[in-house]
Design a protein around this ligand. Sequence first.
Ligand code: PMP
Length: 428
Amino acid sequence: MIADLSPADLDAFIARARADFDAFKARGLKLDMTRGKPSPEQLDFSEGMLALPGNRDHTTDAGEDARNYGGLQGILEVRKLFAGPLGVKPENVVVGGNASLAMMHDVIVWALLKGVPGSERPWGKESEIAFICPAPGYDRHFAILEEYGIRMIPVRLTGEGPDMDEVERLVRDPAVKGIWCVPKYSNPTAECYSDETIRRLAKMETGAPDFRLFWDNAYVLHHLTENRREILNIVEECAAAGNPDRAFVFASTSKMTLAGAGLAFFASSDANVKWQMARASKQTIGPDKLNQLRHVRFLKDEAGLVAHMDKHRISLAPKFKAVTDALQARLGDTGAATWIVPEGGYFVSVDLLPGAASRTVALAKEAGLALTPAGATWPYGKDPEDSNLRLAPSFPTLADVKTAAEGIAICMALACAEVEKAKRLEKA
Ligand code: PMP
């Protein structure tokens, strides 16, 4: 435990960590673990899709010509294919473009301009509105809210979703209109929301009659082990609790097929789907149905989808293990860092001693390692403790992930020991 080291032992620890750091830096590497992008190998799993639908195969089961305009909701076969993972009937799925983030963005803008089912007025006409932001969370969720001046209220994650006592207290305020949730293999903490968390979210009393759960199930099928975690069905839980319109569900195939050319989904209650499509119909005559057909031809059915996701698991799992092994080796008995060993998702989230995150990023940069900036996982880029870092091991090769993870763990150990020493000097 770093905190228990005698002054001399702490100095020796720092000297050893410094020597390791200098040796690592001398290798002159350039490695990047900043963003959760699929690797070229993963993209190759879907290479076969690029030749599809092909051979004048452009007619949907309903006899529509997929090359033409129309079909705003998305072709039925693709909605059937993803209805299971989304947890709704095919009638309650809307297929968008290539980015679920765009669908989330638009839903928020439409809520601001028009209100949602149950709104007394457009959200933008309220004197002030706010969102609950479980943190650490996904920086691009927070960026949308910041863009439109929606106040963000961070709430701590517990390992089973957000601190629900705090959420239940905050939602009594009618200004609080929504909460971001990444309920399965959360970005970045990899936690899954427990049954209790989900039930409480579905039934909690909200001050705003038009409060919404922004349920971004981006990692619904993204398992890293053979234990495929399931969580409760939020749409059903909300309906059972008498709040049928509470959940806006989002997902995409960005990390199933092609990150830049996948399919995005919105799923919700009848009223919400009708509302979404009424807005979307002013934006587009219809989505890219050839891409939808391509996905159906390639993935075939839910079993095909699950088998495809297994390829990703097999490719990704060793990279995650390399990261958590390196953390364990360097930081396991220091008491200076905690992390969850992810069972799914795209990230390893590490909490360091307060003050050590930005120092780690600076050291890593010096050593040729690009890390996501400290604070990025918090609303407004401000981590109150400067302790959380998000590592994204998917993109580099396994060999590079191993090297980078070793370097990062060295930087973390050095940063934490320096912070401990500074704290003692301050106290003295
Ligand atoms: N939601 C979460 C939680 C994510 O981590 C990501 C990608 N990093 C996205 C959404 C982006 O999804 P899409 O590609 O469908 O816009």
